[in-house]
Ligand binder design. Sequence first.
Ligand SMILES: Cc1ncc(COP(=O)(O)O)c(C=O)c1O
Length: 378
Amino acid sequence: MTIFSLTEDELRQRQSLKWRTYDPDVLPLWVAEMDTAVIPAVRRALEEALDNGDTGYPHGTGYADAYRATASSRWGLELASDQVRRGGDVMNAVLCVLEAVTNPGEGVVITAPVYRPFWQVTGGYRRRTVPVPLSPAGRLDLDALAEAFAADDVTAFLLCSPHNPTGTVHTAEELAAVAELCDANGVRLIVDEIHAWLVDPGTTFVPTLSVPAAQRAVVVVSAGKAWNLAAFKAGLYVAGRDAVDVLDALPPLAGQSTGHLGSIAHTAALRHGQEWVDQVCVEVAANKQLLSDLLHNLVPGARYTPQPGTYLAWVDCTELGLALPVRHFLETGRVAFSPGRDFSPAHAQFVRINLAASPALITRAVERMASSLRRQAA
Ligand SMILES: Cc1ncc(COP(=O)(O)O)c(C=O)c1O
């Protein structure tokens, strides 16, 4: 079974953001949608619901129970039923946790560069965004975090694990150190683990709540990214053993944006899609190596060091000497990547490349990068 095998013609039938934002001659390797067919178990579950006219409101703890089962079997993380609760989609869940644990005007630390909605869910909702740069190797900078946490008005740290866009997979030691720093400074640790399943073979994802020191953390998670189910909005809150009170303090409607079909789709993915996502990870790891080799040979000024997390590649184009790489590649190369500056103002020379695509498409994208640079030089 090869998962990333759909042709460009097939993919161009889609009406989603990735495939419809740009002109039809542009190759889209930007927003985090995967070029996969719907996983059969999810299709079956949705078809059954539709056959039954089962299109009402979600009920019960099926999604939460499925997550608890995968956390146990995949990561050895045992969660009690009162630790997991239905949320909205992940960013709405983050918003609700921030509403519960911080006050307007307070500072929320994020690690830059980071997924753009992290800036929006803080600064756009009356919190002060406190960006702390990752180290040049993409790791958490514990000294810089300690300094940021020491500010009186900083009350939360919103962490992405694994990290979007760098693909960093945080270690148990790093997570423990961060959790201890948070506790010492009265800062609530909130962790977005939507990319949890997406790590290269041989790499172990460390769930925050498997770290004994992190039991005051609140995790938000969903099957949306690993099984390409963004169309079916759903998500979960997962509280550490000493953070269950946060779930009771969530604002009204905190679970409202999960739809019943979303819940059904995500539950089926978690229950029946573990082998499927393992295969995704195998193909993504090969795509990372492919991108690295292609860039090395065709666009040597673009710096890319594969990282084990996510299906995203964070590529430094500084040496190419372009005013704005993402614009150059779009306008001259007809290939769309995510702009680095969306992830931090200091990273305009970076592009994020979505590798949840076929090797053929990735190859064509890099060939377009190379030919656009030749045209620029001519
Ligand atoms: C880190 C991270 N969190 C959240 C999301 C979006 O999740 P949702 O659609 O459930 O809000 C994404 C999507 O790419 C993401 O990368």
